[in-house]
Design a protein around this ligand. Structure first.
Ligand SMILES: Cc1cc2nc3c(=O)[nH]c(=O)nc-3n(C[C@H](O)[C@H](O)[C@H](O)COP(=O)(O)OP(=O)(O)OC[C@H]3O[C@@H](n4cnc5c(N)ncnc54)[C@H](O)[C@@H]3O)c2cc1C
Length: 399
């Protein structure tokens, strides 16, 4: 939970005249008396929620501790599912974001038998997913928020109790900062970079499981068609050595980790992220809801973090837009409906991501054989393969 700081709303005068104005900031109510939603955090999740609420005719104010536009500098490269593209299209932010389509995903484990390939063609969709810059996504969301006229207060760190005048406070502050959260430390770090290969990528993504953790290669950029975004997972102990390595050594390490199906010729600058699982059991409380990374922070192994967040956000906006809670988007019934509707997908996605990480990040022989058998079964059974593909694209409710 964020703490109230010197810059927080609570440090400013309490709103006067029914909670309308505070130093020029309109808070709590709209001019026609309808109560608003306060969104704490103007990252991708917060901005997407504001847009989804706007489509439901619900007004919100976004508050972010950072300078507006800071998220545009996010250097990460994301894999978003086809289902996420559909939601972003409905929010009016998809067109114009440079994105590379993923037509196929090749899944295997290093040094062991078993592999499978998921394809867009088999699933009857234009692409399984898309690879794009997190900064470009943030920029598109920011533009749409501005065009919709949604108030965005930058450099406003908001704490508990600061937003009591709102119908609902949506915490989108990016971290599960709650003592009651469930936490799992994988003792892994993700090293992110781009890599160039001798071969063209042909819009194929590679997910390779190794005892050190998963290695993902995402087709990136359309210029020459031979670049990948790399998510290289390693143990925390290994990370210090990796950080100190020069490009040539890292290139050799990447090649060794991946195998011989591609030949790497160059790597770009590396950035690293600590990995873990943190999630809140309860994503709503009285007139409060938690979304995005504030609700759950997942291992990026299957690229599910923002995909799950966006499905949550879409369903939350539908629940709050129910005519039964007109004028009060913090209504307890609407929040209970939201929780019920998200339970299956949320828990299944958390379990799927966690299970994948733990099952595939070790070299215990019986497990390695079981994994090989599972990959073989996936390869031989198209309905099972389709189940996994659709699950990754649309979440657990696709079935
Ligand atoms: C290495 C890595 C790779 C990933 N890859 C993928 C992927 O391929 N596909 C995918 O779907 N997801 C992926 N994710 C997950 C994805 O990045 C997150 O789901 C997404 O960034 C979450 O956005 P958010 O808005 O919840 O949080 P954030 O982006 O962290 O935004 C939180 C915002 O809240 C603000 N804030 C914090 N505290 C306060 C406060 N008290 N008051 C006001 N403002 C506050 C911050 O300034 C910030 O702007 C990945 C994550 C990692 C770490």
């Amino acid at each position: 939970m964020p703490d109230a700081s010197a810059a927080s709303l609570s440090s400013r005068p309490l709103p006067q005249e029914g909670g309308r104005r505070d130093g020029g900031l309109e808070i709590g109510n709209t001019d026609d008396g309808n109560r608003k939603v306060a969104i704490i955090g103007g990252g991708p999740a917060g901005m997407a929620l504001a847009l989804a609420l706007h489509q439901q005719g619900i007004n919100s104010d976004i508050f972010d501790a950072r300078t507006r536009g800071a998220a545009k500098n996010d250097k990460r490269i994301l894999a978003l599912s086809y289902g996420t593209r559909q939601i972003l299209e409905r929010l009016g932010v998809w067109n114009g974001i440079p994105a590379t389509a993923i037509d196929a995903i090749h899944i295997s484990q290093r040094g062991r038998l078993g592999r499978t390939r998921l394809t867009a063609r088999a699933e009857g969709v234009p692409a399984l997913g898309y690879v794009l810059n997190a900064g470009d996504l943030a920029a598109a969301l920011d533009t749409a928020v501005a065009q919709a006229g949604i108030p965005y207060q930058e450099k406003r760190k908001v704490g508990v109790g600061d937003t009591a005048q709102y119908a609902l406070t949506a915490w989108a502050e990016g971290v599960v900062a709650d003592d009651a959260a469930t936490v799992r430390d994988y003792d892994q770090l993700a090293v992110l970079c781009t890599a160039t290969t001798h071969e063209p990528h042909h819009h194929t993504a590679w997910e390779r499981f190794t005892p050190d953790g998963p290695l993902a290669l995402l087709p990136y950029g359309i210029d020459k068609g031979n670049q990948y975004a790399v998510v290289f997972t390693c143990s925390t102990a290994d990370a210090t050595q990796l950080a100190a390595q020069g490009d040539a050594d890292f290139l050799a390490r990447l090649q060794n980790q991946f195998g011989t199906r591609l030949t790497f010729t160059a790597v770009g600058p590396r950035i690293s992220y600590a990995l873990g699982l943190r999630y809140r059991e309860n994503i709503v409380a009285e007139r409060q809801v938690w979304i995005g990374n504030a609700a759950q922070t997942l291992h990026p192994v299957a690229g599910q973090g923002f995909n799950l967040a966006l499905r949550d956000i879409w369903d939350l906006a539908q629940a709050l837009g129910d005519p039964a809670c007109a004028g009060d988007p913090g209504n307890a019934t609407a929040l209970a409906n939201y929780v019920a509707c998200r339970r299956l997908d949320r828990h299944a996605t958390i379990r799927f991501t966690d299970g994948l990480t733990r099952l595939f990040s070790n070299d215990f022989p019986p497990l390695a054989h079981a994994r090989g058998a599972a990959l073989l079964a996936l390869d031989l059974l198209p309905p099972l393969r389709s189940f996994v593909a659709r699950r990754m694209m649309f979440g657990a409710r696709a079935w």
